[in-house]
Design a protein around this ligand. Structure first.
Ligand code: PMP
Length: 410
C-alpha cells in the first residue's frame, strides 16, 4: 500500500542488496569474503583530506552553484585537457552526486517516454533501471558466445528510429574488458553522424593494465563538444578510491548540461560543497596514489586470474582494466550445482560465505562477477573457498572462520 505501480517496477541495485546481506552475516560473526562490491580499500589522498579540512574550518559549508563550484569545474576542465586532450567550456560541465547521478540526469535530459536506449551486455546493473525510471525502454545487445564485447554490427542492427542513446562503458564493469579502438571509433562516428547520444561512462578509464591506454571517444569525435551528441561521464570514486564522497561529472553540449542542471536545481540543489573541494584537492594534488591504486589492482588481477585457472569448470577472459572479472561458471550448471547465476551466487554465500554478483544482473547469464578491489589475501581466500566448493577432488572438510564445513553437495 502506498507505493506506486511504477516504483514497484524498478528493482533495487543488486550489488547494494548483496552488500547488505553480507554485512548482516558479518555482524552475526560469520567469516565473509567479499568479492561482491567494487570499492578500493585505500584512504582518501592526503591532498583531499587537507583541502576538505581547511574548507570546513573556513566555513565553506554553504550551497554551491547548481552545476558545481567554479574552481572545481576548472579542475575538471584541466583533467579533461590532460587526460583527453580536449578543452571544454565551464558551461559544458556539470558536477553531480557521483557518476551515477550524472548518468541518470543525462538520461532524464535526453529521453522522452518510449524512447530506446541501447545497452551493451554485460552492462552495469543500474543502466536498465535508470532508463526505465525515465519511462524509456532499454534495448540489450549481447556479445557473440564466448566473448564479452559486442560487435558494431550487432549494435547497428539494434538501432531503430526511436534510439536516442547508446551507453558505452569501457573499461567495463562487470567484465574488465577494454573496448578496441576500432569499436570505440565506429560507435563515436556512427552516433555523431546519426545524432544518437553516445553516453561514455569513463569511470574506470585510469584503471587499465599491461601498459594499455583505454581508447577515448574524443580521439574519434570530429565535432566541438557543443555540436556533438557525446556525453562523457567521469568521477573520483574509482580513480582515487573516494567512493563515499559522491562526486562525479558529465561533459556535454551546453543545452544538455543546462537541462541536467534544471533537474538538479529542483531535486538536490547542488552537490556537497566539502566533497567538491575534497575532489578538487585530489585532482590537483600529487597523482602518485592513483598509480599505486592502479598497480595494486593489476597485481590482484594477476592473482585472481591465476587462481581461477585452478577451479574446475570455470574459465575467465583476462581483464584489461577495472577491478572486476566475469568468469564463465556455466560448467557448474551442467554439473547440477545450481540452475543459474543467481542460485550459484546464493549457494557460494550460504556454503562458503563468499559474496559474488550473478551475471544475470549484468544481462549475461552463466557468469559471476568477482571484484578484486579488496586485499590480495581476500582474493586468495575467496577463490580458495570457491575452488573447494566446486572441486570434487578437494578434501571433504574446510575451515571457514571458526567453523569446520563438511562438503555434502558434490
Ligand atoms: N558507472 C559504473 C560502470 C560503475 O561501476 C559505477 C560504480 N560502481 C558508477 C558508474 C558510479 O560511480 P559513482 O560512485 O561515481 O556514482
Amino acid at each position: 500500500m502506498g507505493v506506486s505501480q511504477f516504483a514497484r517496477s524498478i528493482s533495487e541495485s543488486p550489488t547494494m542488496a548483496l552488500n547488505e546481506q553480507a554485512r548482516m552475516l558479518r555482524e552475526q560473526g560469520e567469516s565473509i569474503v567479499h568479492l561482491g562490491i567494487g570499492e578500493p580499500q585505500n584512504k582518501a589522498p592526503q591532498a583531499a583530506i587537507d583541502t576538505a579540512a581547511s574548507a570546513l574550518a573556513g566555513g565553506k559549508i554553504k550551497y554551491t552553484p547548481t552545476t558545481g563550484i567554479p574552481s572545481f569545474k576548472k579542475a575538471v576542465i584541466r583533467y579533461t585537457e590532460e587526460n583527453y586532450g580536449r578543452t571544454v567550456s565551464p558551461k559544458s560541465v556539470i558536477v553531480c552526486a557521483g557518476a551515477k547521478q550524472a548518468i541518470f540526469n543525462a538520461l532524464w535530459a535526453i529521453l522522452d517516454p518510449g524512447d530506446e536506449v541501447i545497452l551493451l551486455a554485460p552492462y552495469w546493473v543500474s543502466y536498465p533501471e535508470m532508463v526505465k525510471m525515465c519511462r524509456a525502454v532499454p534495448v540489450v545487445v549481447t556479445p557473440a558466445d564466448g566473448t564479452l564485447t559486442p560487435s558494431f554490427d550487432r549494435i547497428e542492427r539494434a538501432v531503430t528510429p526511436r534510439t536516442r542513446a547508446i551507453i558505452v562503458n569501457s573499461p567495463n564493469n562487470p567484465s574488465g574488458m577494454v573496448f578496441s579502438r576500432d569499436l570505440v571509433g565506429e560507435l563515436v562516428r556512427f552516433c555523431e553522424e546519426r545524432g544518437i547520444h553516445a553516453i561514455m561512462d569513463d569511470i574506470y578509464h585510469k584503471l587499465v593494465f599491461d601498459g594499455v591506454k583505454a581508447p577515448s571517444c574524443y580521439e574519434f569525435s570530429t565535432r566541438d563538444t557543443n555540436a556533438s551528441s557525446l556525453i562523457v561521464v567521469n568521477g573520483i570514486a574509482k580513480t582515487y578510491g573516494m567512493t563515499g564522497f559522491r562526486i562525479g561529472w558529465a561533459i556535454a553540449s551546453q543545452e544538455i548540461v543546462s537541462a541536467m542542471g534544471t533537474l538538479q536545481s529542483q531535486t538536490t540543489s547542488c552537490t556537497s560543497s566539502l566533497c567538491q573541494l575534497a575532489a578538487q584537492g585530489a585532482m590537483l594534488g600529487p597523482q602518485d596514489e592513483v598509480e599505486g591504486l592502479r598497480k595494486s589492482m593489476e597485481h590482484n588481477r594477476d592473482v585472481i586470474v591465476a587462481e581461477l585457472a585452478k577451479v574446475p569448470g570455470v574459465s575467465v577472459i583476462k581483464p584489461a582494466g577495472t577491478f572486476y572479472c566475469l568468469p564463465d561458471f556455466s560448467g557448474c550448471f551442467k554439473a547440477g550445482i545450481a540452475k543459474d547465476s543467481f542460485e550459484l551466487a546464493m549457494f557460494l554465500l550460504s556454503k562458503v560465505r563468499v559474496v559474488t554478483v550473478p551475471g544475470r544482473d549484468f544481462g549475461l547469464e552463466g557468469y559471476l562477477r568477482l571484484s578484486y578491489a579488496g586485499s590480495t589475501a581476500e582474493v586468495l581466500e575467496g577463490i580458495d573457498r570457491i575452488r573447494w566448493a566446486l572441486d570434487p577432488a578437494a578434501p571433504k572438510e574446510m575451515r571457514i572462520g571458526e567453523k569446520t564445513v563438511v562438503r555434502d553437495w558434490l
